[in-house]
Ligand binder design. Sequence first.
Ligand code: SAM
Ligand code: SF4
Length: 332
Amino acid sequence: MAMRPLIDGFGRRVSYVRLSVTDRCDFRCSYCMPLDMAFLPKRDVLTLEELDQIASAFVARGVNRIRLTGGEPLVRKGFLELVQGLSRHIGAGLDELTLTTNGSQLVRFAEGLFAAGVRRVNVSLDTLDPALFRQITRKGDLAPVLEGIAAAKAAGLRVKLNMVALKGLNEDEIPEMMAWAAEQGFDLTFIETMPLGLIEEDRTDRYLPLSEVRRGLEARLTLHDLSERTGGPARYVRVAETGQKLGFITPLTHNFCESCNRVRVTATGTLFMCLGQEDRVELRDLLRTGGPAALDAALDTAMRLKPKGHDFQIERRDADPAVGRHMSMTGG
Ligand code: SAM
Ligand code: SF4
């Protein structure tokens, strides 16, 4: 039977899925979740088998890139077994199986991930200063993360660093992070904070527009825009002086929605068609009661419901977050 691609009501083809394997995390990054974050009861979370079935249903409909995320994916029990199972699709529909991690457990996992066919990892690293690292993550230590990144590199994984730009916290560290990433051979992407889920502080206090970061860099460097597009909010530049590639993720702009190629599945099996909207389809109970056929039909429903674009706004001080769920829930 011919493959039936996932095409939404605006003619956009969905080829990329972010699948959250847990909402739990060993860190409590201040922009991401509150210190006393309440995690879901285990029974609500998809089993490893269900995660595999959902990922496989997407691959059967032409999805060729899957990113596993969370929460922290490496704290999910059985994570490596899940990756090993899904690796059967690599080269057989799937071009890339990858993950986003905080790096705290990478030392243990790097070699196994490479052996299972993973070739790239995104590691979130907002600072190289141990004290600031603790302040931002509130529970994390920098040293094991740096060891994890080194282990990933040694195992043959390509590493991309994600740094959330935070006003008054790590903004002065951007040149140092760029120099370190270049020395290590890592790509580096800056991320703007997004209004997702309630946290203790007002995000406007830490919001640092990447347009400002870019202007700062352009005062001393030449940045050439690259045409490379991922179907998401990332835009890339090449630094003429060093050859380094930098990414800028500005989800509050709308300039990427028209080419959006992605959907996200939470750890409980809720399929969100847009990071910034509430439109959803619940996959878990459908799968539990109706099996693979019900799951496949649900993907068609989702395509009819995928919204045209998001509705983020961070400028309004004291406003509720545009979207009530946290990034750790939707899967960053
Ligand atoms: N725990 C893993 C990690 O930190 O890489 C994966 C999940 S985390 C939710 C994915 C990414 O989302 C991280 O790079 C994190 O910095 C980013 N993130 C979390 N909350 C965010 C927010 N409100 N705005 C922007 N980025 C956010
Ligand atoms: Fe955990 Fe990642 Fe959220 Fe930090 S950003 S609290 S590491 S899920």
